[in-house]
Design a protein around this ligand. Structure first.
Ligand code: GDP
Ligand code: IMO
Ligand code: MG
Length: 430
């Protein structure tokens, strides 16, 4: 038995989809535990590119049963579209299951997402506009709509009347067209025929699978620095993207988790607003964006780019209890003479910190302190073992291991499944 959690160690888009696909070929289950269709996870196999949003990236290898866990928020319309797209590409989704305890995103939550951003004005978060925050807010406020309610139309109707009354107070005040409980109910029920057959009671099923000795991978959406508790609040998403979320978002207890693998790029990107100490502005930032193809999978927005931040990496190691790091996109740095790595921050009062400031006012003002590393100036995309890498690239990886205090078990040298160096058996128990 082996249960592995894959989490983002930066601000998202680190290559969780690719690493999940690589490990997903050897596991029995791949389970998503947080977020929703704000995520965009890419898998490239034999030159064919797949963009996953709600469905676990493990679906591509067709080896594992894929589960959307209770901690995910599900927009049924998007789910059906994604299934149809995958089917058209000959990816079978019959073994995709959804927890009945997961909450639904309906149209009103997408409207609410836009309104919340409008009200914040200059202070907006830069959300993906997919209704994620309002749906989690409703869940915490105990007025959310679990998928299971579709099995009880009268109960669903009651719940919708409550939520519509609440939302309309806000919609009225903002001069937005009020919701009709009847229309919301019709929207929700229209999803029932296709969604209900996919529903499972996921926690007992996953625990039984673990008892039977099966291998399980938990795939996070988003990342450590976007986590509702541990990220750059309030510029975060609304779920627990860190390793603890794998337990609450699936109903599998922490004693079952054998490995936690954090995914980080060899540099850093961020989409949306919020602090980013190593961000590069102007032509330097543009160069890294073009070299890395840094445009959002979900919204198409250009990603903000910057150097690797080892303070962030070490923080992610602690917050998630990482056993391993995967460093992706090392190939993107092939052309640089020198590669800066942030190893500390200078605060406005002159204080130097080598750990993450918990006060976001400090973090927002943190100036990066860089240590320079020589580049390797050659194409590394053909490397398949650590020994294939030029010495300067090996030294860069060793330096990141030292700074982050975590071994690097996977190195990405290209987007394709095979463009991966695996240094340690990822399924072995620790
Ligand atoms: P996720 O959200 O963490 O799954 O990451 P995304 O899919 O949003 O973004 C990662 C991007 O980098 C995708 O376009 C991947 O195909 C690509 N990618 C992943 N690993 C590598 C790598 O090692 N090298 C290169 N060049 N691209 C990679
Ligand atoms: P994956 O799984 C990068 C960001 C948004 C915004 C903030 C809140 O592909 O790594 P939300 O719509 O979640 O309320 O937006 O979080 N964000 C992501 N950034 N990758 C993601 O997912 C993201 N999901 C949300 O840009 O700043
Ligand atoms: Mg992504």
């Amino acid at each position: 038995m082996s249960a592995i959690v894959v989490v983002g160690a930066q601000w998202g888009d680190e290559g969780k989809g690719k690493v999940t696909d690589v490990i997903g070929q050897d596991v029995d289950w791949v389970v998503k535990f947080n977020g929703g269709n704000n995520a965009g996870h890419t898998v490239v196999v034999d030159g064919q590119k797949f963009a996953l949003h709600l469905i676990p990236a493990g679906i591509i290898s067709q080896q594992a049963t894929c589960v959307i866990g209770n901690g995910v928020v599900v927009d049924p319309k998007v789910l059906f579209e994604e299934i149809d797209e995958l089917k058209a590409a000959n990816i079978n989704c019959d073994h995709l299951k959804v927890s009945g305890q997961a909450h639904m995103i309906l149209s009103y939550n997408k409207i609410a997402d836009g309104l919340a951003e409008r009200v914040l004005g200059e202070g907006k978060i830069g959300t993906t506009g997919r209704g994620i925050g309002p749906t989690y807010a409703d869940k915490m406020n105990r007025v959310g709509l679990r998928i299971n309610y579709l099995r009880h139309p009268d109960l669903l109707k009651e719940k919708i009347e409550t939520i519509v009354a609440q939302k309309n107070v806000i919609f009225r005040a903002l001069g937005v067209e009020e919701l009709s409980a009847k229309k919301v109910y019709e929207e929700a029920m229209s999803y029932a025929p296709r969604l209900l057959p996919m529903i499972i009671d996921s926690a007992p099923m996953l625990n039984e699978a673990l008892r039977l000795g099966q291998h399980m991978l938990f795939e996070a959406g988003q990342a450590t620095m976007l986590d509702i508790d541990h990220g750059t609040y309030p510029y975060v998403t609304s779920s627990s993207c860190t390793a603890g979320g794998a337990c609450t978002g699936t109903g599998v207890g922490p004693t079952h988790i054998d490995r936690v693998i954090g995914i980080a790029k060899a540099y850093t990107t961020r989409v949306g607003e919020g602090p980013f100490p190593t961000e590069l502005s102007g032509p330097q930032g543009d160069k890294l964006r073009e070299l890395g193809g840094e445009y959002g999978v979900t919204t198409g927005r250009p990603r903000r780019t910057g150097w690797f931040d080892a303070v962030v990496a070490a923080y992610a190691v602690d917050i998630n209890g990482l056993t391993d790091l995967a460093i992706t996109k090392l190939d993107v740095l092939d052309d640089y003479d020198e590669i800066p790595v942030c190893t500390g921050y200078k605060l406005p009062d002159g204080q130097v910190m080598t750990t993450m400031p918990s006060d976001q006012v400090d973090f927002a003002q943190a100036e990066p302190i860089y240590t320079m590393h020589p580049g390797w100036k050659c194409d590394i995309s053909k490397a398949r073992t650590f020994d294939d890498l030029p010495k300067a690239a090996q030294d860069y990886i060793h330096a990141l291991e030292d700074y982050s205090r975590c071994r690097i078990s996977v190195i990405g040298v290209g987007p394709g499944r095979e463009e991966t160096i695996v240094r340690n058996d990822l399924l072995a128990k620790q």
